[in-house]
Design a protein around this ligand. Sequence first.
Ligand SMILES: Nc1nc2c(ncn2[C@@H]2O[C@H](COP(=O)(O)OP(=O)(O)OP(=O)(O)O)[C@@H](O)[C@H]2O)c(=O)[nH]1
Ligand SMILES: [Zn+2]
Ligand SMILES: [Zn+2]
Ligand SMILES: [Zn+2]
Length: 284
Amino acid sequence: MCATCGCGKVDEADAAAGTRISKPGAMPHEHLHEPGHGHGHQHEHEHEHEAHGHAHAHDDAHAHQPAGTETITLEQKILAKNDLLAASNRAWLDERGVMAFNLMSSPGSGKTTLLERTIRDLSDTGPISVIEGDQETLLDAERIKATGSAVVQVNTGSGCHLDAEMMRGALDALSPANESLVFVENVGNLVCPALFDLGEQGKVVLISVTEGDDKPLKYPHIFAVADLVIVNKIDLLPYVAFDPAVCERNARAVNPGVHVVNLSATSGEGLDRWYRWIAERRLG
Ligand SMILES: Nc1nc2c(ncn2[C@@H]2O[C@H](COP(=O)(O)OP(=O)(O)OP(=O)(O)O)[C@@H](O)[C@H]2O)c(=O)[nH]1
Ligand SMILES: [Zn+2]
Ligand SMILES: [Zn+2]
Ligand SMILES: [Zn+2]
């Protein structure tokens, strides 16, 4: 749910109830809720706001605000609440020495593929667990589970991003070991995940070479908050008009200091630089 893109539900309680946190292999109807959550299934009380008859008395404080003001105020409230929860997540992770990296990208750019490979390649560096975000299905969680890693799936329903509250529920369900590494695969989307800090120690934006080297200019917000930009699928460079130098220049135009790593999650080329970036962060 976010007021920015108009997706999902505008009522915060409803939005939280529409989120499902589960572990693959659990009973079909079994799911974990963080404490205090309503037991929301898909029968939730979805209704048009108009149906309420939102008749405001003429003296309502917002009755004469310019169009759009209410939306912006709501968005600021949601983001402020999110940032508080994110700060508490960050403290929770820091206390345990757990490093969490948030992978954000368009659908299909290769987040899960990169994670599968990374988990296998870094398995001797300590426990790695994963929080999978998707609107629906346990498909990505099943793929991660096959690597032997602990995984929790967060299904956001109509929502298009993870938020700090979902992150907290997922961390509680995952219960990562002290000093371990947690990867978060955000919902595939280059817009809304940029707005919601999860309390992670690093934000990684993936872009694949089939998407176009102009993406950092078209979706500047997500590239602006990135600590690392990964250009994936470089094995396909011979077949597409994508210039890694142009992409890097465009990423730097919105985020001058950002690290950029070109790699292929399937061929393995360039993965060493991704692993070095992780290792440097873990050393602090
Ligand atoms: N050629 C090539 N294909 C890749 C590479 N990485 C991923 N793919 C393919 O791209 C497709 C999507 O990969 P996923 O890992 O499922 O992408 P994702 O970002 O997790 O997708 P969502 O979870 O739906 O957002 C799959 O067919 C992968 O095999 C790569 O480095 N090179
Ligand atoms: Zn949204
Ligand atoms: Zn959105
Ligand atoms: Zn995925």
